[in-house]
Design a protein around this ligand. Structure first.
Ligand code: CP
Length: 526
């Protein structure tokens, strides 16, 4: 990245990964300088946007104290137009969509930045997409969006203030961190954001302390492992302190048992006990240990009890105040006030090449005895190797899905057979009336039955053969949808979002908005 260009200006911050590791480190460096200036009586004017034409809108569809008030104060520091949108008395009560609401607010300022908290996961990403199109259509600069917490998904600005606080404790060394995550790791979005936020450290050791009912979802833990974090699991604080290798940074979260069923509620006292710090544990903490918490604490059942407030272990008060400084810098970066002296690797959005169709070799143009029922196929398409190696039930399921989703209501036959070369099961569909598939159909087929082959038969000979791989991206099909009911793109939320999935590791598809993984069967509605 060349000095002088501003890579931050005009961008949105929807998830932690919207900033590269170098960009995150730059944010911490600037925050450190700002905090030193503001607390030490130095000059801080160079951090301020000072543009009254910039409108910063606080749109909190879920309750908040810290995030909302720190952003409000940060926006005031900048001397911009601060708009506190009153959700309770707004036309949301008349079932207006958030997309329509934001389009209207966007018209009120020359430049806009929206800070959005929502129960619906992926809201900021969707608004970034849709308002980007709207801005282009109206020949205006697109607004910036900051995700202030979306459901169980992410809370990137909390993550940045958390990491800033850890770095402060570690005397600004990002070589190594050993962190204990304690509490409701299942529902806590601030914990989920740690999967990417901790990548600023060279070596990461994470201890997960939670009973099974509150455990970190498997896909987040496997992403931690993929990021080369050393991960250990413990069912309780008692179990954790019964071994020698104890972290000096502990991150607690509030229990969100109300989100769980009756069965779990019955176990509430036991679950709370497992992750609540007790007086008896104090002598077993390593010297210099600090506790952190995104807050708020539950006043009846705090996982960090109040007796700890005035002890040196209290890191959460300073952490909470750090939100003011990090958020000043985030507004300064996205508005283009800071960033000109950034040197490092900027975030690059992945490109998705449509590389899912591979031409395969046809063996000497040899005829194959593909049949429709008992008749050989003279001209048409034969889909072969469907679900090869899977059990018979799964192969029939693939065949059924291919036929229903692709609406293959033609003269045809299908079945499950042994391969001629070995005894492995596979499915075959013969389509004598279809001579080719278009790109859209190929993509559909690849997504439903990756690994299958497509044989183009002419005059009883296979003239061309293609092997289909799982496409890197599936989008724009009416027949797909995210199955997370809390995702902004889920049809029951009526935001008319274009559905989009990306292929990730382990052959799963990740929703563009809520990032929930789905296997390829799940994304289809039929
Ligand atoms: N940490 C946090 O998001 O707190 P609020 O819910 O008070 O904003």
């Amino acid at each position: 990245m060349r000095k002088g260009q501003n890579v931050f200006a005009g961008r949105s911050l929807c998830v932690v990964n919207d900033f590269s590791v170098d960009e995150q480190l730059y944010l911490y460096e600037k925050t450190r300088a700002l905090k030193a200036a503001l607390t030490g009586g130095g000059e801080a004017r160079q951090f301020a946007v000072a543009d009254p034409t910039l409108g910063v809108y606080l749109i909190f569809l879920e309750d908040s104290t810290r995030t909302k008030e720190s952003f409000r104060n940060a926006a005031k520091f900048h001397g911009v137009k601060v708009n506190d949108f009153n959700v309770q008395s707004s036309s949301f009560n008349k079932k207006e969509s958030i997309t329509d609401t934001i389009k209207m607010l966007y018209g009120y300022s020359a430049r806009s930045m929206f800070v959005i908290r929502s129960k619906l996961e992926g809201t900021s990403r969707w608004l970034e997409d849709s308002l980007g199109v709207y801005a282009r259509r109206n020949d205006r600069d697109p607004p910036a969006f900051i995700n202030a917490g979306d459901g169980k998904h992410e809370h990137p600005t909390q993550e940045f203030l958390d990491e800033f606080s850890f770095l402060e404790q570690l005397d600004w060394s990002n070589e190594r961190i050993h962190l204990a995550l304690v509490g409701d790791l299942c529902h806590g979005r601030t914990v989920h954001s740690k999967v990417d936020g901790l990548k600023v450290f060279g070596e990461v050791h994470v201890d997960l302390i939670a009973p099974d009912e509150l455990a970190l979802p498997e896909h987040y833990e496997s992403r931690m492992t993929a990021n080369d974090f050393q991960v250990r699991r413990f069912a309780s604080i008692e179990e954790y302190l019964s071994q020698a290798d104890v972290a000096t940074i502990w991150y607690f979260t509030r229990l969100q048992l109300e989100r769980m069923g009756e069965e779990v509620l019955e176990k509430a006292p036991m679950l709370r006990r497992a992750v609540t710090f007790g007086q008896q544990f104090l002598p077993r903490l390593p010297e210099g240990t600090k506790f952190y918490h995104p807050l708020p604490r539950h006043r009846e059942f705090p996982t960090i009890p109040f007796f700890l407030d005035n002890l040196p272990v209290n890191g959460w008060d300073r952490q909470s105040i750090n939100g003011y400084y990090t958020r000043i810098v985030e507004i300064a970066l996205l508005s283009g006030t800071l960033g000109q002296d950034f040197e490092g690797e900027a975030m690059v959005r992945p490109a998705y090449l449509d590389d899912f169709v591979e031409e395969a070799v046809v063996q000497d143009g040899a005829p194959r005895d593909y049949k429709v029922g008992i008749k050989p196929v003279e001209n048409g398409i034969v889909i072969d190797h469907i679900g090869r190696g899977e059990d018979i039930g799964e192969i029939w399921d693939h065949i059924d899905k291919i036929r229903r989703i692709m609406r293959l209501n033609h003269r045809s036959s299908h079945g499950v057979y042994h391969s001629s070369s070995d005894r492995v099961f596979k499915g075959i569909i013969s389509l004598p009336d279809i001579l080719e598939f278009d790109e859209r159909q190929l993509k559909m087929l690849a997504a439903i039955a990756p690994g299958c082959t497509l044989n183009m038969v002419k005059d009883s000979e296979i003239r061309k053969k293609y092997r289909l791989h799982m496409p890197p991206r599936i989008y724009n099909f009416d027949e797909i949808s995210c199955k997370n009911e809390n995702c902004i793109s889920n049809p029951r939320n009526f935001e008319d979002v274009r559905k989009e999935f990306y292929r990730s590791e382990k052959s799963t598809f990740v929703c563009r908005y809520c990032e929930r993984p789905h296997n390829f069967h799940e994304i289809w509605d039929v």
